[in-house]
Design a protein around this ligand. Structure first.
Ligand SMILES: Nc1nc2c(c(=O)[nH]1)N[C@H]1C(S)=C(S)[C@@H](COP(=O)(O)OP(=O)(O)OC[C@H]3O[C@@H](n4cnc5c(N)ncnc54)[C@H](O)[C@@H]3O)O[C@H]1N2
Ligand code: MOO
Length: 410
């Protein structure tokens, strides 16, 4: 009789895996322009202040605010025009008492001036004279040096994921290269005598490879680089040699299928042969996904996913995604996008196991409903037709129709 595995709750299983992995993060320098969604390897501080010169926020006249005090439409202040501040150049002008200089939005405030009067609040009398029809306060319509960011101010902590605005902020400071965590390369090996490549017409008893592509997608989403290694027959020495060369060239290895307890299920034996300590966890208290295998071979993580397509995706979400986040030194992994909805049908479970059920989100009677898409874990379209998953927690024996649930969106 094949040995049945002992199961660990998902959180405990993940901790066992993490406890056996080195913490160091592979780093590289890349162009900031290419760094969207990458994870910063070290903290960054501002090398200079922004803006580096005082700037106008309006088209108008740079003035000394005190020269405009009390100005109204009926009693304007008269100022002498001394010229124009050219865009993209330092001002050669200095604004003295009762003087004004033309400035444009974003242009430099000339020395002497401390405010800008909008052009619509003025009247031009002749080439040298303007009337100011409304007073401005000191600093009005001016961006001060360092108002955006001060030299030496912390910008980002290590582990921060770079967003589009962050790239703009770095470029504004001339930080054109950044040190980031290298994207972990994840080798994906599919196994199964019945599994054929998608471009092939399956013969009787054969199925097209699904897991390679769902898992590759999840790897890419988590910031990793999927390395597709193809389909290997259920043969120990073929699988061992494919897994060994795949792991050598990658940072992590995922083997799809062969995780259960039949004579065809070779994944755990192969993992134990790949390096020490080998298999750490075989069996997780989750449905679908119970036959999950987690291991570490010579410092590299290896995951054996259950072959059923839904199970493979659920398990990858539970273990592979957090693993890749950790390998990139992510401090605060992006929060799972969630939606609160009312459950449209009962979901049964048993205490001691986490259950994941795909749901469709449907708007009805001014409410958002989560409709379970029930089906065996060997299907794929239950996932395709769903918008997310509802988790029935470890200690629960089910969720009731009408209950508020959190849907983890795909
Ligand atoms: N006696 C027992 N049988 C099974 C148990 C058990 O505890 N005792 N667990 C069941 C559970 S739960 C799952 S999940 C599966 C896990 O199976 P394996 O990881 O060993 O994978 P296979 O048996 O090779 O495949 C399962 C299923 O998935 C299909 N498959 C595999 N790879 C792919 C792929 N790349 N693309 C699409 N479909 C794939 C495969 O054809 C099988 O139908 O074991 C249960 N059995
Ligand atoms: O992982 Mo299995 O899909 O629980 O049936």
């Amino acid at each position: 009789m094949p040995e049945m595995f002992t199961v660990l709750p998902p959180a405990e299983a993940l901790k066992v895996l993490f406890d056996h992995l080195p913490l160091e993060i592979r780093e590289e320098s890349i162009a900031t322009a290419e760094a969207l969604d990458r994870v910063l390897a070290g903290e960054l501080t501002a090398p200079s202040s922004l803006p580096s010169f005082p700037r106008s926020t309006m088209d108008g006249y740079a003035v000394r605010a005190e020269d405009t005090f009390g100005a109204t439409e009926s009693l304007p202040a008269y100022l002498t025009l001394i010229g124009e501040v050219p865009m993209g150049h330092a001002s050669a002008l200095a604004v003295g008492p009762a003087q004004a200089a033309v400035v444009f939005t974003g242009g430099m405030i000339p020395p002497g001036a401390d405010a800008v009067v909008m052009v619509e609040r003025t009247q031009k009398l002749d080439a040298e004279t303007i009337e100011v029809l409304r007073a401005v306060a000191p600093g009005e319509n001016v961006i001060h040096v360092g108002e955006d960011i001060q030299e030496g101010e912390p910008l980002f902590a290590a582990g921060h994921i770079l967003r589009p605005q962050d790239l703009g902020g770095l470029m504004a400071l001339g930080i054109t290269d950044v040190r980031v965590a290298a994207r972990p390369h994840v080798a994906i090996v599919s196994t199964g005598d019945e599994v054929v490549p998608p471009e092939q017409e399956p013969g009787p008893g054969q199925v097209r490879d699904i897991n390679t592509y769902t898992i590759a997608g999840l790897v890419a989403r988590a910031g990793g680089v999927p390395e597709i290694k193809g389909i290997i027959k259920d043969d120990y020495s073929s699988l061992l040699s494919a897994a060994r060369s795949a792991l050598e060239a990658a940072d992590a290895l995922v083997i799809s299928a062969g995780s259960s307890v039949s004579t065809r299920d070779l994944t755990s034996d192969v993992m134990n042969e790949l390096g020490k300590p080998g298999v750490l966890v075989h069996g997780v208290a989750v449905r679908p996904g119970k036959p999950t295998i987690l291991g570490v071979c010579n410092g590299k993580p290896t995951i054996g996913l259950p072959g059923n397509p839904v199970s493979a995706m659920v398990v990858a979400g539970l273990f592979l995604t957090p693993l890749l986040q950790r390998m990139q030194g992510l401090k605060n992994p992006p929060a799972q996008r969630r939606e609160t909805a009312r459950l449209a049908h009962n979901i049964s479970s048993v205490p001691g196991r986490e259950d994941y059920v795909q749901v469709r989100l449907v708007e009805r009677e001014d409410q958002l409903w989560a409709e379970p898409v029930f089906g065996k874990s060997n299907l794929i379209y239950t996932m395709v037709k769903a918008e997310g998953m509802v988790c029935v927690p470890l200690d629960s024996n089910g969720l009731h129709q009408g209950e508020q649930v959190e849907v983890e969106l795909f």
